[in-house]
Design a protein. Structure first.
Length: 427
C-alpha cells in the first residue's frame, strides 16, 4: 500500500515577544525628556529601551510549536491526532493543509487534500451556499461539471435546501459546518483533514459524518481527525498519534492504545499525593488491596479491597465518603458511598477513621480503571472534588469465557444472569 502522507523531521517555531516594565531612576520627567526617549526607542527598533528612563524592556523567545515530527499515513488510513490544548495539533494540520509553512523538515502528500480546519473554511460570507459549493470545488481543482455531478448529494447531506441561495453569513454555526463537511466529503478528495469541527453538529449529524467517513475510508480515502472527544476518536479512527509539547509520543499506535495512554495521563499516571488536607476532612491514605497486599494490577478472579483512612476535624452531618469507579475515559461505571447503604454513617464526630469496602470477585472485565475518592457534605460542599484518583489495571479472570480466552472483552462489568438451558424437544 502506498503512502498518502510522509512527514520527516518537521518542526515549526514562532518568535514570542515579552515586555517587562522597569523602575524609573527619577520620579520627575519633563515632556521633552519623554518625547526624546520615545523617539530614541523607535530609532533602536523597539528592542531594548532605556530602563533608567522607566520604560519597557522588550525581549524575544523562540517557541517551538512542533519539534522533529516523523510519521507516515497509508492510503485509506483513518488517523486521529490527540493531545492537550497547546500540544501542536492544529499547527500540524495547518502545515499539512499548506496554510502554514514549516520552519524545517518536509511533508510529502500524494493526492488531492481537502481541509476543514474550522467552521466554514474556504467560504466567502457574502456568497450563497450554492455559490460557495462551486467556489470550494474550484479551490480543489475541480471543473464545474464535476461539481454539478455531486451537487445534489452535497445539498441533501447538508440539509440546507431552503437556504441554498442565502448568503452563508446568515447561516447558523450548525448549517455552516454541515455544508462545509458535505463539500469536503463529497467533492472526491483523496485526503480529508478535520480539526474538531464535528463538535458543532448535533448528534444525528455527527452519526452521518461518522458513517460517511467510514465509507470514504472503505473507498480508499485517507482521513486525519483531531478531536478532544475520545469516543469520537475511537468511533472514527483506526490509528492515532499523541502529541505532547510539540512532539510525537511513542509514534503511531492503535487508536485503543493511544486513547488509553492519553486518558491515563489525564487522570494521573500515578497515585494522588497524600495526605490531602481540607478545613473539615483530611484524606490520610488510600489502599487498593488483594489478599491484604497493596496492588495496582489486580487479579480479576479475586475481590478488590479499598481502604480509605481519613480524619474529621469537627462534627459533620449529611457526611459522605466513598468512591467513584470510572473508566480511563472518565465514564462512570459505579458510585458507592458508605451512607448509601448505612444512613448512620452520615453523622461523624472528630477523630480518625478507616473506611473499608470490597469489589467482588469476577466483577470487572479486564482493562484499566480509576478509583476516585469522594467526600462531601450533601448539598453543601465537596471536599476532594475529583482530586484523588487512583488508577488500577484488572487482569482477565480465568473463569470467564474459558473456551475463547483471547476474545475481546465487552463492556466493563461481568454479568452472570444464571443462564439455564431448557430442552423442549429432542430430535
Amino acid at each position: 500500500m502506498s503512502k498518502a502522507i510522509v512527514v520527516e523531521s518537521l518542526s515549526k517555531s514562532y518568535l514570542l515577544k515579552h515586555r517587562t516594565a522597569q523602575a524609573q531612576a527619577s520620579t520627575q520627567k519633563s515632556l521633552r525628556d519623554a518625547i526624546g526617549s520615545g523617539l530614541g526607542a523607535m530609532l533602536r527598533g523597539g528592542r531594548k529601551r532605556n530602563a533608567a528612563a522607566g520604560v519597557e524592556v522588550e525581549t524575544e523567545e523562540v517557541f517551538w510549536a512542533l519539534r522533529d515530527i516523523n510519521f507516515e499515513v497509508e492510503e485509506g488510513e483513518r488517523v486521529a491526532i490527540i493531545g492537550r490544548n497547546g500540544a501542536g495539533k492544529s499547527t500540524l494540520l495547518k502545515i499539512l493543509s499548506r496554510v502554514v509553512s514549516p520552519t524545517s523538515g518536509s511533508v510529502r502528500i500524494r493526492g488531492r487534500l481537502s481541509s476543514l480546519l474550522e467552521v466554514g473554511t474556504g467560504f466567502h460570507p457574502e456568497l450563497t451556499g450554492r455559490e460557495n459549493v462551486f467556489l470550494n470545488g474550484a479551490l480543489l481543482g475541480m471543473s464545474q461539471a464535476e461539481v454539478r455531478r455531486k451537487f445534489d448529494e452535497i445539498i441533501n447531506f447538508a440539509e440546507i435546501e431552503r437556504f441554498l441561495d442565502t448568503p452563508v453569513k446568515r447561516y447558523s454555526s450548525g448549517m455552516y459546518v454541515r455544508l462545509a463537511f458535505a463539500v469536503s466529503a463529497f467533492l472526491e478528495p483523496d485526503i480529508i483533514v478535520l480539526d474538531e469541527v464535528l463538535a458543532v453538529g448535533d448528534a444525528a449529524f455527527q452519526k452521518k459524518c461518522q458513517a460517511k467517513m467510514r465509507q470514504l475510508a472503505a473507498e480508499g480515502r485517507t482521513v486525519l481527525f483531531v478531536s478532544h472527544s475520545m469516543g469520537a476518536v475511537k468511533e472514527m479512527c483506526d490509528t492515532a498519534l499523541i502529541l505532547e509539547g510539540g512532539r510525537v509520543n511513542n509514534g503511531k499506535v492503535s487508536v485503543d492504545e493511544a486513547v488509553l495512554s492519553y486518558m491515563r495521563r489525564s487522570v494521573n499516571t500515578e497515585c494522588a499525593n497524600l495526605p490531602f488536607h481540607t478545613e473539615d476532612v483530611d484524606c490520610l491514605n488510600v489502599l487498593i488491596l488483594q489478599d491484604e497486599v497493596p496492588v495496582t494490577a489486580c487479579d480479576g478472579s479475586k475481590p478488590i479491597d479499598v481502604q480509605i483512612e481519613f480524619r474529621v476535624h469537627r462534627p459533620l452531618q449529611a457526611f459522605r465518603m466513598g468512591f467513584y469507579l470510572k473508566t480511563v475515559l472518565g465514564e462512570m461505571i459505579a458510585r458507592s458511598l458508605a451512607a448509601d447503604w448505612n444512613p448512620d454513617m452520615e453523622t461523624v464526630l472528630p477523630g480518625d477513621y478507616v473506611l473499608h469496602a470490597r469489589l467482588p470477585a469476577d466483577f470487572l472485565v479486564a482493562g484499566s480503571y480509576v478509583v476516585e475518592i469522594h467526600s462531601s457534605q450533601f448539598g453543601i460542599c465537596d471536599y476532594f472534588d475529583s482530586m484523588l484518583s487512583f488508577p488500577i489495571t484488572v487482569r482477565r479472570s480465568p473463569g470467564y469465557n474459558v473456551q475463547h480466552a483471547a476474545e475481546q472483552p465487552f463492556g466493563y462489568v461481568h454479568l452472570n444472569p444464571g443462564w439455564r438451558l431448557e430442552s423442549l424437544s429432542l430430535a
